[in-house]
Design a protein around this ligand. Sequence first.
Ligand SMILES: Nc1ncnc2c1ncn2[C@@H]1O[C@H](COP(=O)(O)OP(=O)(O)OP(=O)(O)O)[C@@H](O)[C@H]1O
Ligand SMILES: Nc1ccn([C@H]2C[C@H](O)[C@@H](COP(=O)(O)O)O2)c(=O)n1
Ligand SMILES: [Mg+2]
Length: 240
Amino acid sequence: MWRRRPTATSFSSLKSSLFFTRLHFQQASQHSAISRLPSVPPLQQKDGRCPFITFVLGGPGSGKGTQCTKIVETFGFKHLSAGDLLRREMVSNSAYGSMILNTIKEGRIVPSEVTVKLILREMESSDNHKFLIDGFPRCEENRIAFEKVAGAEPDIVLFFDCPEDEMVKRVLSRNQGRIDDNIDTIKKRLKVFEALNLPVIDYYEKKGKVHRIKAVGTVDEIFEQVRPVFKACEKTLNRS
Ligand SMILES: Nc1ncnc2c1ncn2[C@@H]1O[C@H](COP(=O)(O)OP(=O)(O)OP(=O)(O)O)[C@@H](O)[C@H]1O
Ligand SMILES: Nc1ccn([C@H]2C[C@H](O)[C@@H](COP(=O)(O)O)O2)c(=O)n1
Ligand SMILES: [Mg+2]
C-alpha cells in the first residue's frame, strides 16, 4: 500500500477543486491554472520505497498493450492502461460515464481530473512499486497534472514508434469490440496523437528519458528491443 505524509495535501482533497474544470475549458490559461495546484510530496511505500514509473506511449495500435503484457511477465510490473481504466469507469455507473463514452467515440482526450484520479487510485492501492502507465500522458495537460498531483516524474518513457499505415491495419483487425476501432475515429485519434502526444514525447526526449522502440516486426522481435531497456535499469528497479 502507498501513503503520503499526513501533512501533505492529498489528491482526494483536490477532487472538488475547480482546477481541472478550468483546465478543460480554458486551454489557453492552463499553465497558470496548473501553477496554482498545491504540490504534494511523492508517493512512498510504508518502507519508504518510491515507485518506479514507466510511461508507455505510442500511437493507436502501435502495440503498447501487447508489449506491456510481456513486460509484466518478464519484469513483474503492475500494468495500468489509462484507456482500460476509463472504459471500466464508463461502464461502472459513474457520473462520468457518458462524458467518457462521447470523448472516446470522438477520439478526443478525457479531462485529466478523471484520468489522473483513476491512475492514482490504482497506484495507491497496489503493493507493487513498479508501474507501467500505458497511454498516459496523452497531452501536456495530462503530463503536468500527473506530475503535480502525484509529486512524481516518470523514471523512463517507452515510445513505440510505428508507421501510420501499420497502426491503422492493426486497429482495424483488433476485433475486441472497442467503440473507437473504426476508420473515422482512428483518423481523429491519429491527428490527436500527432498534435498533442508528440509534444509530450519531445518534452521527455529533451530530459533524456525516452527509449524509442521501432514498433515493426513480430511481437517478440519488438520485445527484444524493450528487454535491454529494463535490464539496464534493474538496479534502480529494485531500489529501496
Ligand atoms: N508486432 C505486432 N505485429 C502485428 N500485430 C500486432 C503487433 N503488436 C500488437 N499487434 C496487434 O495489434 C493490435 C493493437 O495492439 P495493442 O492493442 O497492443 O495496441 P495499443 O498501442 O495498446 O493500441 P491502443 O492505443 O489503441 O490501445 C492488437 O490486435 C494486437 O494483437
Ligand atoms: N490518457 C488518456 C488515455 C486514453 N484516453 C481515452 C481516449 C483514447 O482514445 C481512449 C482509448 O485509449 P487507449 O486504450 O487507446 O490507450 O481512451 C484519454 O482520454 N486519456
Ligand atoms: Mg492499448
